[in-house]
Design a protein around this ligand. Sequence first.
Ligand SMILES: [Zn+2]
Length: 211
Amino acid sequence: MEHQHPPTPAQPQSRREFSTIPSLATMPFHQNSVRQIRRHIITYSDVCRANDATTTELENLGFWSERLEKIEVYWTVASLDCYGWYQGDIYIPAVTGAHLSDYFQGRYVRLTDILRHEWGHAVADKWPALIDTRRFVRDFGSPYESPNPVWRYDPDQHLTRYAATMPCEDFAETFYLFLRHKGRLPVRLRAKPKIVRKWQFLEWMAGKISR
Ligand SMILES: [Zn+2]
């Protein structure tokens, strides 16, 4: 996932790490460097670290509430049947690469960004009184639960391509960028009124939740 270091020859330490992950033997990767192989694996400690960072952001930005306390984040080793926000909890598969690329339609995303996105769905589900509103429809174009695309992808309306798939994904993508940018809309987006409105929707939500 997040690799600050360029690939280098494997160190003895990382080789030990490698040997503790038995399923790697069956992985279809053929790189010589252990560091490169690890790019495709999300470890339990990766998930803990990224989730700590994300929940701290939720707190700092006013989205945390006791309603979120019972949500579990699972690191799923074997099953890829369900992942993401699913029936009240968040599931993160241990294997990235192809599967998560499918999940996010080919975008390469960081684990922290996935968690930010999924926590967005969690917040939405726990605060239906704020989501099932005229204000949501006005700012996102359709009700949260609508299965239809709001509009074809338009960079003046959508922060990412994935946001154009459904209103709930538009919300979750806006949420992840809101967290990533600490609630401050990047200057280059301030001339886009439809995006400004979505951003303001999140500010309004945070104000209601943290009140
Ligand atoms: Zn989503």
